[in-house]
Design a protein around this ligand. Structure first.
Ligand SMILES: Cc1cc2nc3c(=O)[nH]c(=O)nc-3n(C[C@H](O)[C@H](O)[C@H](O)COP(=O)(O)OP(=O)(O)OC[C@H]3O[C@@H](n4cnc5c(N)ncnc54)[C@H](O)[C@@H]3O)c2cc1C
Length: 398
């Protein structure tokens, strides 16, 4: 593909840039804006931001126009990510809805489900979470034990989910449950579009090692769903589960644009930190490590472009998303480890004590470990690439 931008694409960039300048919260661009720390206030702020994006048709530009998107081209999507990263735009509280559930509903959902859920996903009126992992079912997702049992016109759901990101903000959950005991463990699974605002759903926070609260445990005690809440076919939910995962991995791969910007920040850091009065960027070993990271982040970006080009041709994400997810998360981890190491003994300082960037580097270093786990661990991505892209024999024991 041709990576040069046309005049129309540059115009698209300017339109978005102008919209961001007008609509970002006061103080956002000059760095004086302070994010609310209290969870309810934070949730409200993030929902308002998504509503604003949706109003401007900037919430899900790749979606078709009939669903409130712009039917954006591949190049427009790239420009969009670049601009959002450039202004460090507020995070999307309904990331799961916009990048995972919405596209899966368009691919597999019934017209009624699309009509009921998609507009509210776009506006942020209904925030979604993903109820896949359980205490004994993560990489081996088909081992889920949460059950859904038919009782008259209802499904009664019992079990426990874990690591459920944004469940404390969520109104709906894309839930994987066991509806029958098939001969093979991948059979007998069904996906439900579960209402989180009901007495049978209890959300308990898990605090991460950086002190933030992004994910949760979710306890399901006689939670209720209906036939109309089933997405795909009864007992054939594995296919649906995987379709959503493909969208998830491709979405995570788009973090490659943040990686470019983080690399630039790392170079600035190496120019700022000094040793015996000399910026450490002057040291040959530091330059060599920076060059190595530059090649890896550039390689991740080009690979991402290559995979997007294929996606554009076939119309939906493929297994190549595993490559993007693997590279981006591993290079991000390496980059932040380097950023802490460059700071020498000052690298261990935290929050107000940190010398550089209010512990931006330390915080992201701690967070980066989770990025190689969430959305499927690096080992699982490697297995997928080996088996499904390279045609190697199946993982022993599966
Ligand atoms: C930041 C973050 C956000 C998350 N958000 C969500 C969410 O919103 N919803 C949700 O459902 N889940 C979420 N998760 C959970 C995530 O999907 C699981 O943690 C992940 O799939 C791994 O499962 P596990 O933790 O049970 O580890 P395990 O599967 O028990 O794995 C333990 C270790 O064994 C390795 N391993 C396992 N099987 C194999 C194999 N076959 N070959 C080689 N190595 C193997 C793994 O790579 C890992 O190193 C999130 C996790 C994180 C870190």
């Amino acid at each position: 593909m041709d990576f040069a931008y046309t005049a129309a694409e540059e115009q698209f960039r300017l339109e978005l840039r102008k919209w961001l300048e007008t609509n970002l919260p006061d103080g956002w661009l000059d760095g004086t804006f302070k994010m609310p720390e209290e969870q309810v206030e934070l949730g409200r702020f993030l929902r308002d931001w998504q509503y604003k994006l949706a109003e401007g048709r900037w919430a899900a530009i790749a979606w078709p126009e009939k669903h409130g998107g712009r039917g954006a081209t591949l190049m427009e999507e790239i420009i969009y990510h670049q601009e959002m990263v450039r202004v460090k735009a507020p995070p999307l509280v309904n990331y799961v809805g916009l990048y995972m559930v919405g596209p899966t509903l368009m691919q597999i959902g019934t017209p009624e489900q699309q009509e009921k859920y998609i507009p509210k996903i776009l506006s942020g009126e209904e925030v979604w979470c993903q109820g896949y992992s359980e205490p004994n079912a993560g990489s081996d997702l088909a081992a889920v034990k949460t059950t859904a049992v038919k009782d008259g016109d209802k499904w009664i759901i019992n079990g426990q989910k874990i690591w459920t990101s944004f469940a404390h903000f969520a109104d709906r959950c894309f839930l994987v449950a066991r509806t029958s005991k098939g001969e093979k463990k991948h059979a007998g699974i069904t996906c439900f579009l579960l209402d989180m605002n009901q007495p049978g759903v209890e959300v308990r926070p898990i605090i991460q090692m950086d002190g933030d609260h992004d994910f949760n445990e979710v306890y399901l005690n006689d939670a209720v769903a209906y036939d109309t809440d089933i997405i795909g076919q009864l007992d054939d939910g594995w296919r649906v589960t995987i379709a959503l995962l493909m969208h998830e991995r491709t979405g995570i791969g788009a973090q490659v644009f943040s990686l470019e910007q983080q690399f630039e920040g790392l170079v600035e850091l190496a120019q700022t930190v000094t040793e015996d009065g000399t910026p450490i960027i002057e040291k040959a070993d530091v330059r060599k490590r920076l060059l190595d990271l530059y090649m890896k982040s550039r390689g991740s970006l080009l690979n991402y472009y290559r995979n997007l080009t294929k996606q554009l041709k076939v119309g939906h994400p493929g297994v190549e998303g595993s490559m993007d997810k693997l590279f981006v998360s591993e290079v991000t981890k390496e980059l932040f480890a380097e950023s802490v190491s460059l700071q020498g003994h000052q690298g261990v300082l935290w929050k107000d004590d940190a010398i550089f960037g209010e512990s931006y580097w330390q915080k992201n270093y701690l967070y980066s470990f989770g990025q190689t786990i969430g959305g499927g661990t690096s080992e699982i991505q490697k297995n997928t690439i080996a088996e499904r892209l390279l045609g190697l024999p199946k993982d022993v024991g599966r």
